[in-house]
Design a protein around this ligand. Structure first.
Ligand SMILES: *Cc1c(COP(=O)(O)O)cnc(C)c1O
Length: 387
């Protein structure tokens, strides 16, 4: 599978030349407020007759540069950036749902998003989760009060893929909003709005930031839907990004295309190595899909990322812990998408058992050479026995 990022997208990420004083980067407007020359200007601003800035819990010129680039990358009408991915996700759900609504969740989604949906039960909002497999019978899971179909593809722990065009088509015919968490793919490798989705939500804390030093999120959608999300979820919700962090994300975008290309090459090599290793029972990654899933995946994406999971041949939890602890270039940490190798497991409760078949080890590959990563994995595998 080739990773192809279009020249158009590279230009959006890389080329800017319209800032004051011939600067190649936008200035950081580290302002909470902007003033007006006259009270009439302020009145005109409130009446939307004057395009101006007022307060950063609203619009900020540095953040706007980022929002504009993200909207273009996703081929969406507009974008709003938030102070975290959960800020963007919770604002979207809160704004688009009404009391009594139902959310149909497809695939394994980000855990805290499910927790947030549980919190919404206090507003009489319910949800069901169906697997990627059940998507084939999608219509049978839709209820009269289903307002949103929410998905993630591929899922960031199991890497199951779902048919995004089909989901969008079914939802559209029933006036149901479609929302996808596209964090893992970034708009460079998968463009959900072009596939028919209404809203793409992101954590920018992962690949987009790219250096494990910034938390942020984004919503890309139509002007009409953003108006509601912006008012109810953003301005009143208040998860506003600092202009300084918006600048860090613009910097992350400069290298995002080349980081993704490099990571794809590294991942090709590491996945082949893992697939040929007899201490690995399963590799979960698009490169390890069956024919059907590969075709589907390739029809809606233009590349792969460096996030993958493995299951070991051994079910002995002491041996599994030993493998993880033996890795030298991988830090045990949540999150991913930075420059570094990280390792995490899906469900720590499985470690309370002496044997478990259900431990999924997630590896986030960083920018070290594939040979260095493979050598590290190899020495860690050599520490364990298949019991
Ligand atoms: C990290 C993550 C989020 C949440 O983003 P934050 O920036 O941590 O709030 C949402 N979805 C996915 C898939 C993520 O990996």
């Amino acid at each position: 599978m080739q990773t192809k990022i279009s020249t158009k997208d590279k230009v959006i990420c890389l080329i800017d030349n319209h800032y004051p004083n011939q600067a190649v980067n936008p200035p950081i407007y580290q302002n909470s407020i902007f003033h007006f020359d006259t009270i009439d200007d302020y009145i005109a601003y409130k009446k939307r007759e004057l395009k101006s800035y007022c307060y950063t819990r609203g619009n900020n010129p540095t953040t706007e540069v980022l929002e504009h680039k993200l909207a273009q990358l996703d081929q969406g009408e507009t974008c709003r950036v938030f102070s975290s991915g959960m800020g963007a996700i919770s604002a979207t759900l809160f704004a688009l749902l009404n009391s009594g609504d139902h959310v149909l969740v497809i695939n394994d989604i980000y855990g805290p998003t499910k927790e947030y949906l549980q919190v919404l039960a206090k507003f009489n909002i319910s949800f069901d989760v169906i697997s990627s497999f059940d998507t084939k019978n999608l219509t049978s899971f839709i209820k009269d009060n289903t307002r949103i179909i929410y998905t993630e593809s591929p899922a960031t722990m199991t890497f199951n893929v779902v048919d995004l065009r089909y989901i969008a088509e079914v939802a559209k015919s029933r006036n149901i909003y479609t929302v996808i968490d596209n964090t893992c793919m970034t708009p460079l490798l998968q463009k959900p709005l072009a596939l028919g989705f209404d809203v793409a939500v992101y954590s920018l804390s992962k690949y987009t930031g790219g250096h494990s030093d910034v938390l942020a999120g984004a919503v890309v959608t139509s002007n009409q839907l953003l108006a509601k999300i912006d008012k109810e979820g953003f301005k009143l919700g208040g998860s506003v990004i600092s202009p300084n962090d918006a600048f860090l994300l613009l910097r992350g975008l400069r290298t995002l295309p080349s980081r993704l290309e490099t990571l794809a090459n590294i991942t090709q090599e590491v996945v082949s190595y893992l697939q040929s290793n007899n201490k690995v029972n399963a590799v979960l990654h698009p490169l390890a899909y069956n024919e059907e899933d590969r075709k589907l995946y390739q029809s809606q994406t233009t590349g792969i990322t460096s996030l993958l999971s493995i299951k070991l041949t051994t079910n002995n939890t002491t041996q599994i812990k030993k493998f993880i602890d033996s890795l030298k270039t991988f830090s045990i940490a949540v999150s991913w998408g930075g420059f570094e190798n990280l390792v995490m497991v899906q469900d720590i409760s499985e470690f309370s058992k002496p044997q478990s078949e259900n431990i999924i080890i997630r590896l986030a590959l960083g920018l070290l050479d594939a040979s260095t990563i493979i050598a590290d994995l190899e020495q860690a595998f050599n520490q364990i026995e298949v019991l």
